[in-house]
Design a protein around this ligand. Structure first.
Ligand code: MSP
Length: 497
């Protein structure tokens, strides 16, 4: 099989420690990487850090340390969180890596040689926090802080040259920008003439960046530098076979805040160098606290570490994946977290598991019972499981993650109802065979559910599979082996009070 899947997260600024928003995109990418890996695709999952630019230089200055030192201090904040969250990335790119810098300079040289970079004096309003020249109109909108008038000689990328080709590409490739309302947003933006992009910063003002290969008095604009990580990591210009194996990326996952840079700057840069465009740029919504975006400046960020320490990694992963409809905003509240946990995980999933294993231990010497000939109701569940598997996989491929998860919970809740109705604990002594059939059915349903949910909750589902000694990753009915002795276990999802 030669199918490959390459997924990326944005590379995060190291000006501050990660919060739940950063954790969200990274878990999301991890879930898809695990899903495709399990489906037999060779998978490459990239995340990393954006270490250059004004924001980082400023953060270092505030602490009175060099930007290098600041980055070294910040890197573990991210890598340790990813470890804690069981992020299975295949590479971790830092824009201060030599391998990355080389590619950025190589691309700059290529764009320069092709005539797509020119020098010009520009006078305009500059937003320090946004790190770019802004229009008068933008300046009127009060949310830009630190605006100053700047007159500067800089280098510009002829982005405008590619406006028509970009529009054509977006129109011809319906999956290029997803979801569709984001695609329409970009097409709307492209109705107006596209400006060229200022891609340099004079060192006199900012020196924490990659030097322009054709003028050492300047460093590269942080976005022109950062976007290139997606090709520098898989080895553009260095390792041709490796690069060819992964590029074009299957998905660039991003938050809606950085859509323009990804859907306009990045593709036009690639067009200029003649590199294929990524297959899909997928923008998700924001996690909101009440009605505003979670952000450091608003002082309303949720620290993922606290949440993990209080409730466990997998429940946090589950909640974030279950609660956000991909593409829309979602509100984060600890109350909602607890109630989701209790209803989906503790009451349905965890409770069914405890019931099943307790009965097996008490009445079947701890051995998985024989299913024998399944009755009508058992067959109904078996059929439901096979349509669940189909729909789940289909929805995952369509990036409808929350719907896929909902189906698994619905299924488990149905199996719970079946257990209630059958109540095998009432007749296990009189009809051991029939009770065994019910328990086999419930246990097998739990196993299938665990296999499906394993990309979302890799740890807890592994515990469940271990209990039944089901190392099988097989999704289909019949994976449990009758006679197997089940393992003792603690409650998988103890109720939160
Ligand atoms: N360094 C740039 C990205 C360069 S990619 C070539 C950057 N970094 S960032 O640290 O600000 O991270 C932005 C990303 O973090 C968002 O696009 C999004 O994926 C994630 N999130 C940050 N806050 C978020 C929420 N409140 N909600 C959801 N995701 C958010 O921009």
């Amino acid at each position: 099989m030669n199918k490959s899947f390459y997924i990326t997260t944005p590379i995060y600024y190291v000006n501050d420690k990660p919060h739940i928003g950063h954790a969200y995109t990274t878990i999301l990418a991890d879930v898809f990487a695990r899903f495709y890996r399990k489906k037999g695709y060779s998978t490459f999952f990239l995340t990393g850090l954006d270490e250059h630019g004004q924001k980082v230089q400023q953060a270092a200055e505030n602490k009175g340390i060099s930007p290098e030192k600041h980055c070294e201090n910040m890197v573990p904040r991210f890598t340790e969180l990813w470890k804690k969250l069981h992020i299975s990335n295949d590479d971790f790119i830092r824009t201060t890596d030599i391998r990355h810098k080389k590619v950025v300079q190589d691309i700059l040289m290529k764009v320069f040689n092709s005539g797509d970079i020119y020098e010009a004096e520009y006078e305009g309003l500059y937003s320090v926090s946004e790190e770019r020249f802004i229009t008068e109109k933008e300046a009127e909108m009060s949310h830009f802080r630190d605006i100053k008038k700047l007159k500067e000689k800089n280098y510009f990328f002829r982005m405008s040259n590619y406006q028509q080709s970009l529009i054509k590409h977006i129109e011809e490739n319906s999956n290029f920008i997803q979801p569709i309302h984001r695609k329409n947003e970009i097409l709307g933006f492209l109705k107006k003439p596209l400006n060229d992009l200022c891609i340099s910063r004079p060192k006199s003002r900012l020196n924490w960046g990659i030097e322009l290969p054709f003028d050492n008095k300047y460093v590269t604009y942080v976005w022109f530098d950062a976007l290139i990580n997606y090709i520098s990591s898989p080895g553009y210009g260095e390792n041709i076979n490796h690069f060819k194996k992964w590029w074009p990326a299957s998905y660039h996952l991003i938050g809606k805040d950085i859509l323009t840079t990804h859907a306009v700057y990045w593709p036009t840069m690639l067009m200029s160098v003649g590199i294929e465009l990524p297959k899909t740029i997928f923008a998700h919504g924001w996690w909101l606290m009440k009605d505003s975006k979670m952000s450091k400046s608003l002082g309303n960020v949720i620290d993922p570490i606290n949440l993990i320490d209080d409730f466990g990694v997998d429940p946090v992963r589950y909640y974030l994946m279950r609660e956000m409809v991909l593409g829309k905003d979602a509100s984060f509240t600890v109350e909602l977290f607890k109630s989701r946990y209790n209803s989906d995980l503790a009451n349905d999933f965890g409770n069914l598991l405890s019931r099943v294993t307790t009965l097996i231990r008490k009445n079947f010497n701890g051995q998985i019972p024989e299913p024998y000939d399944l009755g009508a109701e058992e067959n109904k569940i078996k059929n439901e499981s096979s349509s669940l598997i189909k729909s789940f996989n289909q929805l995952m491929m369509e990036m409808k993650l929350n719907e896929a998860i909902e189906l698994t919970i619905k299924f488990i809740s149905n199996v719970n109802k079946y257990m209630e109705k059958k109540a095998p604990w009432k007749f296990v002594n009189e009809d051991n065979l029939e009770a065994g059939k019910v328990l086999y059915t419930a246990a097998e349903s739990l196993r299938i559910n665990a296999v499906l949910l394993s990309p979302i909750m890799p740890n807890r589902t592994k515990i469940l599979l271990d209990i039944f000694r089901a190392i099988e990753t097989d999704e289909n009915w019949g994976g449990l082996i009758p006679g197997t002795i089940i393992k003792d276990h603690k409650p998988l999802f103890p109720r939160i009070k």
